[in-house]
Design a protein around this ligand. Structure first.
Ligand code: AMP
Length: 226
């Protein structure tokens, strides 16, 4: 199964992808995570992407499409995956379509997670990430046991450069301008499911799985077809 998770920053795409990864056999591919790893490793892509990311702007299509292409087109690449944060422009969506056509596989679902803007700002500005293991906390909703320290590994918690309030607003504007048109792009293709992204993470997960036709009450992992 191949799915795309759409939604503005803070809608819960990362959290839901991780939960779905535990419940299904789909590989989780996040372009944000791949780009942050590239920035940390100071690769050519990372060096080119860093200033865009720090400003909350989109990294140019050619860089991101090339990176995803490498991920999906090589020998042994996952055939069952969920894309989190890609595509973010219509050009990226068209590139994804071409990649899937080359492999003769369809895109099964596009799930759009909808959350009101005020709630997004509240969620993102309180977010803290562990420098060591990547675990995420929230100052109000999911605070760590000791301030500034990761409960899982003891690493230092930090606020992502792009989770500061001015950058958050810029990222939400970018979403409205560049990414929201994707909703229309996929709606006309009949693959779009809009899901209410407010409430508990478990409730949102149930809505997403129900929208994809996956049973929601089973505790056992769901095995998706490759
Ligand atoms: P995310 O973790 O998905 O919020 O992504 C963090 C940042 O990485 C974004 O604000 C962009 O600067 C960049 N980024 C991630 N995915 C993409 C993409 N598909 N296209 C362009 N830029 C991206």
């Amino acid at each position: 199964m191949r799915i795309v998770l759409l939604g503005p920053p803070g809608a819960g795409k990362g959290t839901q992808s991780k939960l779905m990864h535990e419940r299904t056999t789909m590989t989780h591919i996040s372009t944000g995570d791949l780009l942050r790893a590239a920035v940390s490793a100071r690769t050519e892509i990372g060096v080119a992407a860093k200033s865009y990311m720090d400003r909350g702007e989109l990294v140019p299509d050619s860089l991101v499409i090339g990176m995803i292409d490498e991920h999906l087109q090589h020998e042994g690449a996952p055939r069952s995956f969920m894309l989190d944060g890609f595509p973010r422009t219509v050009a990226q969506a068209e590139a994804l379509q071409r990649m899937l056509e080359t492999q003769h596989v369809p895109l099964d679902h596009v799930v759009s997670i909808d959350v009101p803007r005020n709630e997004l700002v509240r969620r993102l500005s309180g977010r803290r990430t562990c420098r060591q293991c990547g675990a995420m906390f929230h100052l109000a909703f999911d605070p760590p046991g000791r301030p500034g320290v990761c409960d899982r590994c003891g690493g230092e918690l930090f606020q992502r450069e792009d989770d500061r309030e001015e950058t958050i607003r810029a990222r939400l504007d970018v979403y409205d301008n560049a990414t929201a048109p994707l909703v229309a792009f996929y709606r006309t293709r009949g693959t779009l499911r809009a899901v209410d992204g407010t409430g508990s993470t478990a409730a949102v997960l149930d809505r997403i799985l129900a929208g994809m036709g996956v049973p929601v009450s089973a505790d056992a992992p769901v095995r998706s077809e490759p």
